[in-house]
Each structure stands twice: as C-alpha cells, then as structure tokens.
Design a protein around this ligand. Structure first.
Ligand code: M6R
Length: 364
C-alpha cells in the first residue's frame, strides 16, 4: 500500500535513498571501495564499442551513462531509443556488446532492439528491475536494480537505481581499460556512496521545490536546460512534467538555445536549469544569462559554489548539496522528479495513473 503517503509516486520518491543505497551495495565493496560486478559476456578492457538502448526514462539513463562511459572509461558508445534502434538497422561488427535498460523488462521496442543486436552478433546485458522478466531471460547477463516494485506510472526510484548501476559499471570499465587508477576508483565510489544521505536531505526539505511548483503551475510551456551529463536530466525533468502535469515542456542542451529555442523566451516561459558547479558551469551559466537578458524567468538548480553567480540574474536558485560532478546527475534527478510531482498535485491531475499512459509498454 501507500502507507502514509498520498500517492505511490510520493512514496516511491521517498524510497530514493534506500534504493540507491541497496543498489550500490550490490556493486561496491564497502571495505575496498572497488566495484564488484557479476561476470559479463564480454571483456570491458578490449570491448570496441557499446550499444545502449531504452525507452522513455530508461533511455535517458542510457544517455547519461554514455557521458560516463565515454569520458571516464574512454569507451565508444552508441545510444538510441529502442523504437529507433530497432529500425535503424545499424552496421554491427561481431564482438561488440549491448546493454538494455528497463524497469519492467517487458518493453516491446526494447525487446525488438535486443533481437536485432543479438542477430548482429552482439552480446547482451540487461539492466532490469524485475528478475523474472522477458528481457532478463533473453540476455546473456542480467544486472539487477534493487528498486523494489514501482507502481506509479512515472518512473522515479527505478531511474536513480539504473543510474547507480551504470555509474558503477562506468567506474569498473574505466579501471579495466586503464583509464583510472585505484585511488580514482575509490574516490568515485566514495562519492556515489554519499548520494543516499544527500538524497534523504533533499526529500526532507521539499518547501523550496513546492515554491517552484507554485511558480510554474500556470505556465503553458517550460524549458529545461542542462549541459554534459546534466542534459539527459533536463530531458528527464521535461518528460516528467509533461507526463504528470500535462504542461508542455522541452529539454535542451544549454548550448542549443541560440540555435532556435531562445526565440520562445519571454517572461511567461520558465527556464529550469540544472547547473551544478564543475567544469561546465561557466558555459551553462552564460547560456542562462543570455536567456535572462531576453526576459526569461530562470529557475536554477545548483550548489553552494554555483549559487552566487546564478543569483545575479536567476529569479530562483535552489541550492543542492555540492557533490562530485560525476554523481551530480543522480542527485539532480530527484528534485526535478519532485517538482513534476508537486505541480501535478497542485493541478489535481491523476498522479499515479496519468492519462493515456501505461506502466509497461508491451505493444509497439
Ligand atoms: O519498463 P521500462 O523501463 O522499459 O519503461 C520505459 C518507459 O516506458 C518509462 O521509463 C516511461 O518513460 C516512464 N513513464 C517515465 O516516467
């Protein structure tokens, strides 16, 4: 049941800390702070290329993971939504590998993409939340997210659990490929292991998120911006807002603003930006400043280090704990999901069962 929560989604949001912690415990040895993973059907040290496939939020996990695998592990990644991948018919070289991310493990397009890549001689790994699912059965290796049952149609805890698995794999592959040393591995796993505690604090202080929700509830359109690994989280924010509140929302790479979307900017379009401190901060901040100069109402999610610069032009700055940029996408996913939840509550939409949507999309 829902316990004392109004909706399954609210309950599941509050499970983020436990689920991230439980998932990390499956993949990180707390004593050595090294990643310990099950055997895989390929050797990450020599893997030439990795395919990543998912739908909806699971695709956005793949997209985030692509930044991690490429930047940290120096592994070439191709990432697409399963409904495109299954018909793209890309040239495949034997010896490659593919990973399929899915909460349900039953998503029709992802299963079809699996068949295509299997036929092309790729070894298959699934990252699923349901151990007895079809995708688990059809893959060579299954990596479990330990999220427990997710009832709400909008994915919440499964999303951060999937990110946690992918982050561990990126660290592990980076080590196997000689891209990082043991000290860097333990620094990164330590950063991951701190996420549950930060997540718990975020969930305890929802007042600010509720204030942002009140700010945007009457908007017709909302833009979400992010750069690097925060770009897929901007897309996740936009997807969740559309799904739950029926407000039109789009996510963009911050640097794409001046190639079109900035034409939309006026005081009626809130611009939500995910802008933690780190190597990409200055670039993102300057994109936001440009939007502010055109009358845009900037709502920025950042940390203590990023806040002062953003306060100069943003109408609202939400300060999250400062974490290593590597784990920032996992942490920032939580307030964007909370925001969509609170807007939906204000608008009185059916939070757990949004119109026209199904929890598992088992038909094409
Ligand atoms: O079960 P799956 O993870 O394969 O489902 C994929 C998508 O249908 C799912 O993530 C969908 O986008 C959610 N409703 C997003 O909140």
């Amino acid at each position: 049941g829902k316990g004392n929560y109004r909706h399954f989604m609210e309950k599941e949001l509050h499970e983020h800390p436990a689920v991230i912690g439980d998932t990390l415990r499956q993949y990180v040895d707390p004593a050595t702070r090294a990643v310990a993973r099950p055997a895989l059907p390929f050797d990450p040290a020599t893997l030439p290329r990795l395919w990543l496939s998912g739908c909806g939020s699971a695709f956005l996990v793949c997209n985030t993971a692509r930044y991690w695998f490429e930047t940290l592990a120096r592994l070439p990644v191709d990432c697409d939504v399963a409904s495109e991948l299954r018909y793209r018919d890309p040239p495949l070289t034997k010896g490659g590998a593919a990973m399929f991310v899915s909460q349900s493990g039953e998503t029709a397009d992802n299963l079809a993409a699996m068949k295509l890549l299997r036929a092309g001689g790729q070894s298959l790994v699934s990252v699923v939340n349901v151990p007895e699912s079809t995708m688990a059965r059809e893959s060579d290796t299954t990596l479990m997210t330990v999220a427990g049952p997710e009832i709400s149609v909008a994915s919440t805890k499964a999303f951060t659990a999937q990110l946690s698995v992918m982050a561990c794999l990126a660290i592990n592959f980076a080590r196997a490929r000689g891209a990082i040393d043991a000290a860097e591995e333990s620094r990164l796993t330590a950063a991951l292991l701190e996420v549950p505690e930060h997540a718990a604090k975020l969930l305890d202080s929802s007042d600010e998120i509720e204030a942002v929700a009140a700010d945007i509830r009457d908007a017709r359109d909302v833009l979400y911006l992010g750069r690097g690994s925060m770009f897929p989280i901007a897309l996740e924010g936009a997807l969740k807002l559309k799904e739950l509140s029926y407000i039109h929302a789009e996510g963009y790479a911050a640097g794409e603003m001046k190639h079109g979307p900035i034409a939309l900017i006026d005081a009626s379009v809130p611009v939500i930006s995910l802008c933690p401190s780190g190597p990409l901060f200055e670039k993102t901040a300057s994109n936001l400043q440009e939007a502010a100069a055109r009358g845009g109402r900037i709502i920025a999610f950042t940390d203590e280090e990023g806040a002062p610069a953003l306060r100069r032009f943003a109408s609202r700055v939400v300060v999250l704990p400062k974490v290593d940029p590597f784990v920032a996408p996992i942490l920032h996913a939580i307030p964007v999901q909370m925001l969509a939840y609170h807007v939906a509550v204000l608008k009185g939409t059916d939070v757990d069962q949004p119109r026209n949507l199904a929890k598992a999309v088992t038909v094409e």
